[in-house]
Design a protein around this ligand. Structure first.
Ligand code: PGA
Length: 265
């Protein structure tokens, strides 16, 4: 796990966008497969990718994308569906064909069958090359709430009270927040070849401390990422504020950047 501590969320967005750009360039011939997160954490990265598309010609035309999750019961056109969110925040502003963006169907008549079919669709696309992730204040990734099996697959999940409270800011009232979602499982997410997790703000500091320095446990589902060989954690100062080895991560990062710079010379 690599830890990159940045000044603020915007700087984190640039680091995450660099990782996406690298995958787009490396996988151009085969068609890159991106795993996209919704929520507020990835927005600075998406804004930076849109800027690079507009100003630098970064192209997503050959790329495909899979979303992590969708609320059960919300149709695609609902203003809080993740289907709609990703189009408003990213897809409509870049050149990725709309039909290349997949998400679980929250209105499927058999959501359990839909969940299994979603995992198959990801596998048929050759798996995810780069997964972008946020983290919940309770340590969830996607909607894998505390207690999720570390090997879980895409499935129907219930949202915890803390997640419903966190997400109620997007709905007219807490009662309007759906209580179930279709979510990629922790085992599904671990199959992505690379992962970039972005977090900012003090309310993420406890979850980030567990993610990086806690024991692997379904109590803090994101800790399962410690098992993945290629994870980059991009956190701002506030989200990093409870990391015990904060200074060591900075030091390691400086060494790596120095080495990269000398290789470039
Ligand atoms: P946020 O949500 O990016 O809106 O903070 C992250 C999450 O709950 O996974």
């Amino acid at each position: 796990m690599q830890i990159h501590i940045v000044q603020d969320a915007e700087a984190g967005g640039v680091v995450a966008a660099d990782a996406v750009q690298r995958v787009l360039e490396e996988q151009r011939a085969t068609g890159p497969v991106l795993g996209l997160a919704t929520g507020s954490s990835p927005l600075p990265a998406y804004a930076e990718l849109i800027r690079r598309h507009r100003e630098e010609g970064l192209s997503f035309a050959a790329a495909r994308a899979f979303l992590l999750d969708e609320y059960v019961g919300l149709p695609d056109e609902h203003e809080q569906s993740y289907h709609r969110f990703i189009r408003e925040q990213l897809i409509s502003a870049i050149d990725m064909p709309d039909e290349n963006v997949a998400s679980p169907d929250g209105t499927a008549s058999d959501p359990h069958a839909e969940a299994a079919a979603y995992d198959r669709r990801i596998a048929e696309a050759g798996g995810v090359d780069l997964q972008i992730l946020g983290i919940g204040s309770n340590g969830h990734i996607a909607f894998n709430e505390p207690g999720s099996s570390l090997g879980s697959r895409t499935r129907v999940v219930g949202l915890t009270r803390s997640t419903i409270a966190d997400n109620s800011r997007y709905f007219a009232s807490r009662e309007d927040v759906p209580v179930q979602a279709l979510s990629q499982g922790l085992g599904t997410i671990l199959e992505a070849r690379r992962i970039v997790l972005v977090a900012s703000g003090e309310n993420k500091a406890a979850a980030v401390a567990q993610l990086v320095e806690g024991g692997i446990s379904s109590r803090w589902p994101a800790t399962v990422l410690q098992m993945h060989p290629e994870v980059l954690v991009v956190v701002d100062e506030a989200a990093a504020s409870r990391l015990e080895l904060h200074e060591d991560y900075r030091h390691e990062r400086a060494l790596e950047e120095g080495e990269l710079a000398s290789r470039r010379r």
